[in-house]
Ligand binder design. Structure first.
Ligand SMILES: Nc1ncnc2c1ncn2[C@@H]1O[C@H](COP(=O)(O)OP(=O)(O)OP(=O)(O)O)[C@@H](O)[C@H]1O
Ligand SMILES: [Mg+2]
Length: 551
């Protein structure tokens, strides 16, 4: 079947390929809105400390249990284009600020839902989008106004922020200790930049191993390598380590082209081998004369070189990842050498201890006790693989929020308080807008309140009662009145130490407004026919809602 896309003098004009489908106007809008709302409904129940976790099973039967918005959406294979946009915005928020990936979807879903109400009242989407954009700018202005400045080196404030981000996760019980670990790690690797600080969270290496309990999670002032010492005869423990970091092979290089060596007598054979032997020994000698007692090599180490190293009581590790090599350099203050001829004692890194230890069934090398490590490791332990996986995601969130505050030292209180206060102020401000934009601004304010509402719902509180109570406490008690989800009541969230980076709140508002605007402005969906696979919209929760695939 081909579709008629227009007519000129009674003749149909075809501009789309055979099999392509097109949804127009209201239908297209309705579809997109429905899809976006669906996505928001999926993650809604996992918002906040009383939010539920999701169990996700992928095509291979692998199970993931998580509460992380971005992870949930990544794992479900969404097909609908508008739904995909929601997933992408969650991912983008994750990359940008690391937390708030559930909130952004909830807020976007609410913005879209409220817009639908206005569209039904014949408010044009363009007006809604304009109203939303102005409201977002105003909301961010209000948030900046109420945010509290913090001293970025005030550890206790940073711990509160990190802890809040972990309160909502599986690891909430251990959140205080973990937050402390995360903050110490972040401060350790932070660097002054201009008037503030800069943190590259890649400088915090996160290793995980199932076994033990979350409480055994540790910060190592150095780097943990999931490699063993290369030779049985080498020492397994070196104190006051002097570490040569080498990124060339301790092997005889193979020639680029095939060469043939004719050997006609055993003597010649012996000479040949001895020559090789000598070359390897001279490599090891260079390491010894530089004064190293540990060698960490990015490439291979020949058996004979291993033998010589072992004889000199040098501990060696081979085939270490390039990224780990640079982390080691930052941790031990050593320099990576590519040519052993240049190796001097100045290039060596230092660590109090290098030791091979058993971690469950594996043997790992710990390079620890570095003086001023600019790269450190958090070694996560926990009851099972799924626990350590979720702990890793939570620690990622915590590292990111700590970085956020270190780089932009301002915080607001959570539990929906900052959003609800902003909503109140937005309503006052909206009076200055024209009639229809004002409607949009009011809807925007309602959407901001939806964060508190969803937190309350997830905590089993009555949404209507809570909302009225919250509004009155906001004006009469404290602007930080919010949902104390653990005790199912309304409290001053600042006093409860539930605090979040201003930059997360800003990002959530920006991203949610962006995706809602994009979705609302679409009035035409043209889908070309799939060349392979099933029909468009086939199967899955992400499948296109009815109406997308047919005309
Ligand atoms: N103890 C608490 N009581 C009430 N609300 C809390 C508490 N701890 C955190 N919150 C709130 O929970 C919300 C965050 O929930 P959650 O961490 O599940 O989602 P997210 O941060 O949006 O996304 P994600 O963490 O999945 O990236 C924030 O609004 C935060 O203020
Ligand atoms: Mg969070």
């Amino acid at each position: 079947m081909s579709i008629q896309q227009g007519s000129a003098g009674g003749l149909p004009v075809l501009i789309l390929k055979e099999g392509a489908t097109q949804t127009k106007g209201r239908d297209a809008q309705k579809n997109n809105i429905a899809a976006a709302k669906l996505i928001s409904d999926v993650v809604k129940t996992s918002l906040g400390p009383r939010g539920m976790d999701k169990m996700l099973v992928d095509g291979l039967g692998d199970v993931t249990i998580t509460n992380d918005g971005a992870t949930i959406l990544k794992e479900i294979d969404v097909q609908h284009p508008a739904a995909k946009m929601m997933v992408e915005i969650s991912k983008a928020t994750d990359n940008e600020v690391g937390d708030g990936t559930t909130s952004v979807v909830v807020l976007a879903g609410s913005l879209i839902e409220k817009a639908e109400e206005l569209i039904a009242k014949d408010v044009h989407p363009t007006i809604i989008v304009d109203g939303y954009r102005k409201s977002a700018t105003k909301a961010i202005e209000i948030l900046n106004h109420i945010a509290q400045k913090v001293d970025p080196k005030d550890k206790s404030q940073l711990i509160k922020v990190a802890q809040t981000s972990m309160q909502t996760k599986l690891v909430s019980k251990e959140s205080h200790d973990l937050a402390e670990t995360v903050v110490t790690a972040s401060l350790q690797v932070s660097e002054e930049a201009g008037s503030g600080y800069k943190v590259d969270i890649d400088d915090v290496k996160v290793e995980k191993k199932a076994g033990g309990s979350i409480r055994d999670t540790k910060l190592i002032k150095g780097i943990v390598l999931d490699k063993e010492v290369v030779h049985g005869g080498m020492p397994k423990r070196i104190e006051k380590a002097k570490i040569a970091l080498v990124n060339s092979a301790l092997e005889i290089e193979k020639t680029e082209f095939d060469a043939k060596i004719n050997i006609s007598s055993p003597d010649q054979m012996k000479m040949f081998l001895e020559e090789e032997n000598k070359m390897l020994k001279s490599m090891v000698d260079k390491i010894i004369s530089a004064g190293a007692n540990v060698v960490i090599c990015q490439k291979g180490i020949d058996d004979i070189a291993q033998h010589y190293l072992a004889k000199s009581n040098i501990l060696a590790v081979r085939r270490v990842k390039e990224s780990d090599m640079s982390k080691l350099a930052r941790a031990t203050e050593g320099r990576i050498t590519s040519n052993l001829d240049d190796l001097t004692s100045k290039d060596l890194g230092a660590a109090d201890l290098v030791e091979e230890r058993k971690v469950e069934t594996d043997k790992w090398v710990f390079v620890e006790g570095c003086k001023h490590p600019k790269s450190v490791t958090i070694l996560i332990r926990g009851g099972s693989q799924r626990v350590v996986d979720e702990a890793e995601r939570s620690i990622h969130d915590a590292l990111m929020v700590t970085k956020d505050v270190l780089e932009k030292p301002a915080i607001v209180a959570g539990g929906g308080s900052a959003e609800s206060y902003t909503a109140g102020k937005l309503r006052e401000w909206s009076n200055s807008l024209s009639g229809r934009e004002q409607l949009a601004a009011e809807k925007f304010a309602d959407s901001l309140e939806s964060i508190a509402l969803v937190l309350a719902e997830n905590a089993g509180m009555d949404p209507i009662d809570t909302l009225t109570d919250l509004r009155s406490k906001q004006t009469k008690a404290s602007k930080w009145s919010g949902i104390d989800a653990r005790n199912a009541k309304i409290t001053d969230m600042m006093k409860l130490d539930i605090v979040e980076p201003l930059s997360v709140k800003e990002q959530v508002i920006k991203s949610a407004t962006e995706v809602a605007s994009m979705i609302l402005r679409i009035d035409d969906v043209i889908a070309s026919s799939k060349t392979a696979g099933g029909p468009p919209g086939g199967g899955g929760m992400g499948g296109m809602p009815p109406g997308m695939g047919e005309m």
